[in-house]
Design a binder for this molecule. Structure first.
Ligand code: PLP
Length: 416
């Protein structure tokens, strides 16, 4: 048993601060990005359909993923919205997704007047599962959107089986999950469509951009049309048959994205290493539940999320996070604070002005309740979790300092 530590030893209560060195940092953009940008500018066009960079970016990503089709868009949210359109999901159709995610998962669903339905999550991987999805399936369900949170794969085999049995589309939200493998296969290639984000906070960035991958040429064709005003650029364009969006990427973003892909394997490997080292370092502490990687999976840890159960740990997660911050370790209590169905825009139905959403959709017409208790495990996870932001530039010293700080705080509060 670890010996006890007085609470006065904690930096939070005036004790010595644990972290003595600054965290490792590094440059995310360099010579390669500059070279690609120069080439893009020298083309004398920045339009994706006239330059070469977007095609190169899409081809490089498709090659990396061993998949036939890739369509670049202006953001991850745009890629997901385009996926919804390309699959023909529309008014009153239900899409089952996770309550612990970015609002980008929902934008396309809501803008197509489809209905997001929330399945609960696993308490240790924080992902939706076939068991939590199945009871949410109704005659209106058209798709499942698994979110591979923080780079941890959903347990996909049972989800794919469930989708197949119920004739549902599977749209993988891989915005946080680059090069994440599930039983050896890359997530994003397992469902009908996989969507990625290159916003400035993701593993790789083009300032903003998104990528959509699919095995299906018709889905790819539709995705390309919907992301560019439904103009057919091959046939020369105007006079579209449907309403599309302008979710085009520019040659500048594609140039940066192309160079960023070269860094991606290293970034993911390093984050995987850091995440696993944190788990190894904190496993077994009383009331501390590490970020568990899904069985058969590999996780590229976009961040690290662990839970603190107060009755076993002797401290609540919020105080624990404050104590870590005082030790010099960045730590955020609660990640997204509340499941997304309790965010005001959904809870208070501020989807469309002057419209009673979704009851006024004739094609839907069901009451929908987004209230506390809908996904009790997700609510408990967010009440008890601490997010540690990660960087691939963290040094081994940084990683062992994070572990040491968590152990120190745990020791000071653990019931004797
Ligand atoms: C970042 C993110 C998105 C949206 O991506 P943007 O490029 O910011 O639009 C969607 N889903 C998840 C899970 C994300 O983390």
């Amino acid at each position: 048993m670890a010996q006890t530590l007085g609470k006065q030893e904690l930096a939070l209560y005036g004790g010595p601060r644990l972290k003595q060195t600054p965290f490792g940092t590094g440059k995310r953009y360099g010579q390669r990005e500059l070279e690609e940008l120069r080439e893009a500018l020298e083309q004398n066009t920045l339009f994706y359909a006239h330059g070469r960079k977007t095609r190169q970016f899409e081809e490089a990503f498709a090659r990396l993923y061993g998949i036939e089709h890739c369509v670049a868009t202006s953001s991850g949210s745009a890629a997901l919205h385009v996926a919804i359109c390309a699959l023909g999901i529309g008014v009153g159709d239900e899409v089952i997704t996770s309550p612990i995610t970015d609002v980008g998962s929902l934008i396309g669903i809501l803008l197509q007047n489809a209905i997001p339905i929330f399945a609960d999550v696993d308490p240790h991987t924080y992902n939706i599962t076939a068991e939590t999805i199945e009871p949410r399936i109704t005659e209106k369900t058209r798709a499942i959107m698994p979110v591979h949170l923080a780079g941890n794969p959903c347990d996909m085999d049972p989800i794919l089986k469930l989708a197949e049995a119920n004739n549902l589309w599977v749209i993988e939200d891989c915005a946080q999950a680059y090069l994440t493998r599930y039983k050896g296969r890359l997530v994003g290639t397992l469902g009908h469509v996989g969507c990625f984000s290159l916003n400035d906070f993701k593993h790789i960035s083009a300032g903003d951009a998104g990528l959509l991958i699919t095995h299906d040429p018709e889905i790819a064709r539709q995705a390309r049309l919907f992301s560019d005003k439904y103009y057919d650029r091959e046939k020369g364009g105007r006079n579209p048959e449907r309403l599309g969006m302008n979710y085009r990427i520019s040659e500048l973003q594609s140039a940066v994205g192309l160079a960023q892909l070269e860094r991606l394997p290293w970034i993911c490997q390093r984050r995987t290493q850091i995440g696993l080292a944190l788990t190894a370092g904190i496993r077994g502490l009383p009331g501390i539940y590490p970020h568990e990687v899904t069985e058969g999976g590999e996780c590229s840890f976009w961040f690290y999320l662990f839970r603190v159960e107060e009755d076993e740990a002797g401290v609540d997660a919020s105080t624990f996070a404050d104590a870590l911050k005082a030790e010099g370790i960045p730590a955020n209590y609660g990640y997204i604070k509340k499941p997304i169905y309790l965010w005001p825009f959904l809870r208070e139905r501020r989807i469309y002005p002057n419209f009673n959403w979704p009851e006024d959709f004739k094609q839907y017409g069901k009451p929908l309740r987004f209230t506390e208790g809908l996904c009790p495990v997700a609510e408990e996870v967010l009440r008890t979790c601490i997010q540690i932001p990660l960087s691939e530039f963290y040094t081994d010293q940084d990683v062992s300092d994070i572990v040491a700080a968590i152990r120190k705080v745990s020791r000071a509060f653990a019931p004797g």
